[in-house]
Write a protein that binds this ligand. Structure first.
Ligand SMILES: Nc1ncnc2c1ncn2[C@@H]1O[C@H](COP(=O)(O)OP(=O)(O)OP(=O)(O)O)[C@@H](O)[C@H]1O
Ligand SMILES: O=P(O)(O)OC[C@@]1(O)O[C@H](CO)[C@@H](O)[C@@H]1O
Length: 327
């Protein structure tokens, strides 16, 4: 069984528009509402493919109640934790060529007591679990080392811990030795401080995360596929998508596919790519089921270090430090 934890889940509203125009009134062509949040999506993808999964879901206010109703309607096995405030609503503007513009709210702050309750809930819900997947951004007022602390607690309980997060939370968790991290290109460039222009840059950056403590690195490269760096070796793979609808949640579907296929080696990478590509062909953050997943279009093999990435990524430029006014 795979248990997921989403500290900052969401209602995902996807609005389909012909073209994004700043400052204009845009008439939508359609809209949909999905339950969201990265760990929630991993559980939904596993459920859709008949893999045993359970989700720990903090929820708050009317939006939180609606999130829980949507997840219950999908039949998700979940343990809900009431917290203060209001669960966030995230908006995706989706254009016909597959371009998405995403606006994510910060979400409700979590107190130290609420975090403790959530951690205890995960441990109580994890009795049949092999993996715990901790995914997504941190809500306000949650310390950046929260995943690191949770990772140590869960690993001490004998669980394999996978983490998909960004920024300081990703930087902090590495030293706690997670079994797996799944950065995308932006996250990998930011956490390593390295520009990523070629597949070889990704392999080197992923090796850097392993040197910092992560056991396995599954780096998702958007339309350029994925790189897997683990004890057994280094693999590259891709799966073509001719008509992308929405890449939102593709990384979550990919992580779900990887864990569903055993969490290591080229066969798990191939499954991950098939699930990720299937998610890209679906609207909003809909997760793919067996009928959506096409394994024939997947290619895996050794990486070509010289292969250029379609969109090179650079680390964010650090904010200039303001001169001190204290002489
Ligand atoms: N345009 C695309 N064409 C083909 N495959 C894609 C495309 N976009 C994404 N994928 C597949 O989905 C995987 C995950 O995509 P991506 O790297 O965008 O994840 P992400 O940024 O973590 O996504 P999210 O946070 O929305 O779940 C990629 O590794 C790739 O296999
Ligand atoms: O703000 P975070 O936690 O980084 O990302 C949240 C989110 O964008 O991730 C999912 C797609 O991966 C969506 O369901 C959700 O809206």
């Amino acid at each position: 069984m795979i248990l997921t934890l989403t500290l900052n889940p969401s209602l995902d509203r996807t609005i389909e528009i012909a073209a994004l125009a700043r400052g204009a009134v845009i008439r939508a062509a359609g809209a949909r509402l999905d339950p969201g949040g990265k760990g929630v999506n991993v559980s939904r993808a596993l459920l859709a493919n008949g893999v045993a999964a359970r989700a720990v879901v903090p929820f708050a206010g009317d939006e939180g109640a609606q999130l829980v109703r949507l997840l219950a309607a999908e039949g998700l096995d979940m343990v809900t934790v009431p917290v203060a405030g209001t669960t966030r609503s995230n908006v995706t503007l989706a254009e016909p060529d597959g371009t998405v513009t995403k606006i994510n709210e910060p979400g409700p702050a979590l107190s130290a007591a609420e975090l403790d309750t959530i951690a205890e809930t995960v441990l109580a819900a994890a009795h049949e679990a092999d993996w715990v997947v901790a995914s997504g951004s941190l809500p306000p007022e949650v310390p950046a080392d929260v995943y690191a602390r949770l990772c140590r607690r869960f690993a001490a309980a004998g669980l394999h811990v996978a983490v998909d997060t960004s920024g300081p939370a990703l930087a902090c968790v590495l030293a706690a030795g997670p079994a797996l991290v799944k950065p995308n290109l932006d996250e990998l460039a930011a956490v390593t401080g390295r520009p990523l222009a070629r597949v070889g840059d990704v392999v080197e950056a992923a090796a850097g995360l392993r040197a910092a403590g992560a056991r396995t690195v599954l780096a998702s490269l958007g339309a350029d596929g994925a790189v897997l760096v683990e004890d057994g070796g280094v693999w590259y793979g891709e799966a073509a998508v001719t008509e992308p609808r929405s890449s939102v949640g593709a990384g979550d579907a990919m992580l779900a596919g990887f864990l569903a296929a055993g969490g290591r080696g080229a066969p798990a990478l191939a499954e991950a790519l098939a699930w990720g590509a299937a998610a890209v062909r679906l609207p909003g953050s809909r997760m793919p089921g067996p009928a959506d997943i096409d394994r024939a279009g997947v290619r895996t093999g050794l990486p070509d270090p010289a292969r250029p990435l379609t969109v090179p990524h650079a680390p964010p430029v650090p904010e200039p430090v303001a001169p001190s006014s204290h002489g």
